[in-house]
Design a protein around this ligand. Structure first.
Ligand code: GLN
Length: 484
């Protein structure tokens, strides 16, 4: 195995034994990026010079802490001090923040090394990374297919061994869906577990920061570092953060696992249904108790999500007015024209569509009929989950209804594109922790299994995911990429 192929914990072991250095690892990572990113196009910005000098500094100090000397990628909606943060939008094309987002800052404080910023759908709105203003990212398993989205750059970079791990954000599935499409592990914690401060907001009551990595242990290691209360984010929760890595004991004996009938229905590819059912049988063999349950309101999650998320987006994106941040149209001859021309030029079609839908749903006369109703549906969805968790430890479902689709196949059809999230969106509506782990293949493309837990039961997810990983080898398979 070469350095760029290793996981965080494998690299840490080598560092501990002094068999490699932060500099060697960082060089290997950039060599890999040079060799494959021309095909994948995961990165928007690379920070090679800074990374190499940081690596030298870490080696000089000779202390390898929790993440010291390990390169990482950040979705380009995480603010990074002195490094462009574009959100893949014309609006922020030249925006250089003066601070680090809390989650990224925690990794930097533990001496993680930033390799660069990763592509996404503009402002994290999308499911394929084709809605990046700059360029689409390709799926490392098949370059003619999408990597998923909106954290498509993060998932593709990890799957292509360009970085050992990356952070992403998940509002309706944007960590789990691309992780499933790219055959890697994606973890979205409970709402409030990780600070959102400094991550450019899409829909504040749904957004949550998480990680994409090569295996479950690595996800646990990263979550240990980034979780916890942040005084700068009042929605972050002041609860002790357990040692997630300590829950990886490989046992699911007696664990009660539910699978919701609504998540194994028409609309979900039967090959995917069968693969996840097979994984459930594996859990049974390992000593878990598996039963079917119902989450009857999940079918309303998608329309309700598109009201709640667009309503919040319309408010969050109001700050891009050409005055404070980002692009400004200097040609306009009065301030109102300047606002509207800056926004017209700065935002792409999908972002505009959502701002309009959100403003409409919030407007007087329609608020009760749309936004308020969506909030009521949201409550029903959350209640469905609570009822199941009164009797079960975990819920298991497919992560996506299909494997990764072809680039261009759905891009002109926003409705079809939104269907990619039918199995992930309900979890954000309920604020629960969930992850996607590789569990098989169809047409040579990876399939993801979604594990969903009760609020703040991240440990249960790690435990069950690790047990599955121990008994299978899907997570260790990597795409065969031509090295240029
Ligand atoms: N695909 C969903 C959307 O476009 C989810 C995006 C996300 O989780 N950021 O809203």
């Amino acid at each position: 195995m070469e350095l760029h192929q290793l996981t965080i914990h494998e690299l840490q072991e080598l560092l501990r034994r002094q068999e490699t250095s932060a500099l060697e690892i960082t060089r290997a990572i950039f060599a890999r990026i040079r060799a494959v990113d021309g095909q994948i196009r995961a990165f928007i910005t690379l920070t090679e010079e800074e990374a190499l000098s940081q690596a030298r500094e870490i080696d000089k100090q000779g202390e390898y802490g929790r993440i010291a000397g390990i390169p990482l990628g950040l979705k380009d909606n995480f603010c990074t001090r002195g490094v462009k943060t574009t959100c893949s939008s014309r609006m922020l094309e030249n925006f250089v923040p003066i601070y680090d987002s809390t989650a990224a800052g925690k990794l930097f404080a533990e001496k993680g090394i930033l390799a660069g910023k990763l592509n996404l759908d503009e402002f994290a709105m999308g499911s394929s990374t084709e809605l990046s203003t700059f360029f689409p990212t390709c799926n490392p398993w098949d370059l003619t297919r999408v990597p998923g989205g909106s954290s498509g750059g993060s998932a593709a970079a990890v799957a292509a061994d360009e970085v050992p791990f990356a952070l992403g954000s998940d509002t309706g599935g944007s960590i789990r869906q691309p992780a499933a499409f790219c055959g890697v592990v994606g973890f979205k914690p409970t709402y409030g577990r990780v600070s959102r401060w400094g991550v450019v907001s899409y829909a504040s009551s749904l957004d949550q920061v998480g990680t994409i990595a090569k295996d479950v242990r690595d996800c646990a290691l990263v979550m240990n570092i980034i979780s916890g209360k942040d005084p700068l984010d009042s929605t972050s929760v002041d609860l002790p953060v357990p040692d997630y890595a300590a829950s990886l004991d490989g046992s699911v004996k007696g664990m009660k696992i539910a699978y919701p009938r609504e998540y194994f229905k028409s609309g979900v590819d039967t090959n995917i249904q069968d693969t996840v059912k097979k994984a459930l049988r594996k859990y049974e063999e390992m000593g878990a108790i598996v039963e079917e349950v119902s989450l009857p309101h999940s079918e309303y999650a998608l329309p309700a999500y598109y009201l709640v998320s667009t309503a919040e987006a319309s408010a969050n994106l109001a700050c891009y007015d050409g005055v404070r941040y980002g692009l400004r149209d200097f040609e306009a001859d009065n301030v109102i024209d300047m606002f509207s021309r800056s926004r017209a030029e700065g935002f792409g079609d999908e972002v505009k569509r959502r701002i309009m839908l959100g403003s409409f749903a919030l407007s007087s006369g329609y608020y009760d009929a749309y936004y308020l109703k969506a909030l009521k549906v949201r409550r029903l969805i959350a209640d469905d989950f609570s009822k199941v968790f009164a009797d079960f430890d975990l819920i298991v479902s497919p992560t996506t209804p299909t494997v990764a689709f072809k680039i261009g196949e759905q891009i002109d059809d926003p409705l079809t594109l939104s269907m990619n999230d039918i199995l992930t969106v309900p979890i954000n509506m309920a604020g629960l922790p969930a992850m996607s782990i590789p569990c098989g293949f169809h047409e040579g493309m990876p399939i993801g299994m979604q594990l969903i837990g009760p609020a703040f039961a991240e440990n249960t997810l790690f435990k069950a995911a690790f047990a599955f990983e121990q008994n299978t080898d899907f997570h260790s398979l990597r795409p065969a990429l031509e090295v240029k």
